[in-house]
Design a protein around this ligand. Structure first.
Ligand code: BES
Ligand code: MN
Ligand code: ZN
Length: 487
């Protein structure tokens, strides 16, 4: 991770001194001081560079006295908030990560809290997954190593930074898991990585196939049946709250690779399905963040880890499996496997932990991208308060959710003539809602929400707080949600 330091306002040690201007190009106090030292060259460069002070706009002033400098736009003062600060931090790293510059000193005349958001976004945006890139040229490697953030009260900022760095560690943990290819990350190795969270005080249990068979998890086990890799269920517990307080339960779909099974997917872009464990990845990352910041809450994380492969022994379309709940499922399509995994993971979780709230995250349906695009995750819930709390958390961290309805007629469309239900309806209507209706049959009345993150777990484009690739969507949202409802 990029090194971040906080110090009082003063001259930069080395590297670029970044100062700010608000809407209309109005220099902030630090920018005025720097402009004086630079004999007016900063305001001059702003004029020549069509600088408007728009959020994240950057003008470089290399040759000026006391420089180099950069002037960054903060946008409208009245609209400057944590997310605007993150946009600024992300923009700075997008610009300077590879330029050869090793250090930025950021002096923006903003609050300690906002300065921490600048730094957090910078660190998040600088994420790399280079472990398999053996031929990177020096110019392709990040040069930017240190961020010096100047604030009025460095001690206060350092205190806030503790929680922020816990969050960054959690997000990076998720991104690493999501980015790993399926030959490296499969149920066992995923579980091994979760086991490392016990160093931070998380209790970790791993159930293998024999244990799950004993519990009657025929639905989850059916999905992994064609894989050479053993399916696993990971149970993580963070007990930072009061003894006996009902926990918040987080449940993740962890299909380490989804070929579709016998209902095989088309080959084009199938590599995408290495990140079909994004829900489980987000839950694991959230558990790490909560543990690192010693959250005062009881939280359990349950991951259903399987690989969905076609094989002589794979599950066939038409097979009927019995879930842990006792309900039977006719598997019309082996590619609608996430719901089969979650059926048992959800039932197990509510049965064992009696959670106050149960929230599952899953890259469940391609259809959610058709309905909502690639900015919002779908939110389905049987409880308005829970839905409102999740919506609020998502807005606060720019991981937005959009609430979708639970629809009775689509639930009835899952009824089967041979079993208690099918895993698809057999038509294309309301595909994401159908997935949610299926899951709801396994929550046993628990206050529950399902986040369909198929459109947001992986991003072909870089955004403010992440490069292209794994976004880590869900980690910050869950952290914020737990803070709001349980701490
Ligand atoms: N993992 C996929 C959903 C998905 C698609 C996630 C694209 C991310 C990107 C899921 O298991 C799946 O295959 N869903 C099917 C459901 C259908 C068979 C009812 C789908 O979306 O086509
Ligand atoms: Mn599938
Ligand atoms: Zn899938």
């Amino acid at each position: 991770m990029m090194e971040v330091r906080f110090s009082a306002f003063g001259p930069a040690k080395s590297g670029v001194l970044v100062v700010g201007a608000t809407d209309g190009g109005k220099l902030t106090a630090q920018a005025k001081t720097a402009d004086k030292a630079a004999k007016g060259e900063i305001s001059e460069a702003a004029k020549r560079g069509r600088f408007t002070g728009a959020k994240g706009q950057i003008v470089e002033i290399a040759g000026a006295k006391g420089g180099p400098y950069a002037l960054v736009g903060l946008g409208k003062t009245t609209e400057f908030d944590a997310l605007a600060a993150e946009a600024v931090g992300g923009a700075l790293v997008a610009k300077y990560l590879l330029t050869g510059e090793t250090r930025l000193t950021v002096a923006l005349d903003i609050s300690e809290e906002h300065a921490v958001h600048v730094a957090m976004a910078a660190a998040l945006r600088a994420y790399r997954f280079d472990k398999y890139r053996t031929k990177l040229k020096p110019a392709q490697k990040p040069s930017l190593k240190t961020l010096d953030v100047q604030v009025a009260d460095p001690a206060a900022a350092r205190k806030l930074w503790k929680d922020a760095s816990a969050l960054i560690e959690g997000v990076f943990f998720t991104r690493d898991l999501v980015t790993e290819p399926a030959n490296i990350l499969y149920p066992q190795t995923f579980a091994d990585r979760c086991q490392e969270l016990s160093d931070h005080g998380v209790e970790v249990e791993v159930l293998g196939e024999p244990e799950m068979k004993k519990l009657g998890m025929g639905s989850l086990l059916g999905v992994g049946q064609g894989s050479a890799k053993e399916s696993k269920l990971v149970v993580m517990r963070w007990n930072g709250g009061k003894d006996g307080d009902a926990p918040i339960a987080l449940v993740g779909k962890g299909v380490t690779f989804d070929t579709g099974g016998i209902s095989l997917k088309p080959g084009d872009g199938m590599w995408d399905m290495k990140w079909d464990m994004g829900g489980a990845g987000a839950v694991a990352g959230a558990m790490k963040a909560l543990a690192l910041r010693k959250a005062k809450a009881n939280v359990v994380g349950v991951l259903g880890l399987v690989e969905n492969m076609p094989d002589a022994d794979a599950q066939r379309p038409g097979d009927i499996v019995t879930s842990m709940s006792g309900q039977t499922i006719e598997v019309w399509n082996t590619d609608a496997e996430g719901r089969l995994v979650l059926a048992d993971a959800l039932w197990y979780t509510q049965d064992r932990f009696k959670p106050r709230y149960m929230v599952n995250l899953a890259t469940l349906t391609g259809a959610i991208m058709i309905s909502l695009g690639l900015d919002h995750a779908g939110l389905f819930s049987n409880d308005d308060d829970l839905a409102a709390a999740l919506d609020k958390a998502g807005k606060a961290v720019a991981e937005p959710l959009w609430r979708m309805p639970l629809v009775e007629s689509l639930d009835r469309a899952l009824d089967s003539t041979c079993a208690d239900m099918k895993n698809i309806t057999g038509n294309r209507y309301g595909g994401s809602i159908v997935g949610a209706m299926f899951l709801q049959r396994f929550v046993n009345g628990t206050k529950w929400a399902h986040l369909d993150i198929a459109g947001v777990a992986w991003s072909a484009k870089a955004r403010a707080v992440h490069p292209e690739g794994a976004s880590g969507f869900g980690v910050r949202l869950l952290d914020s949600f737990v803070r709001d409802v349980a701490e």
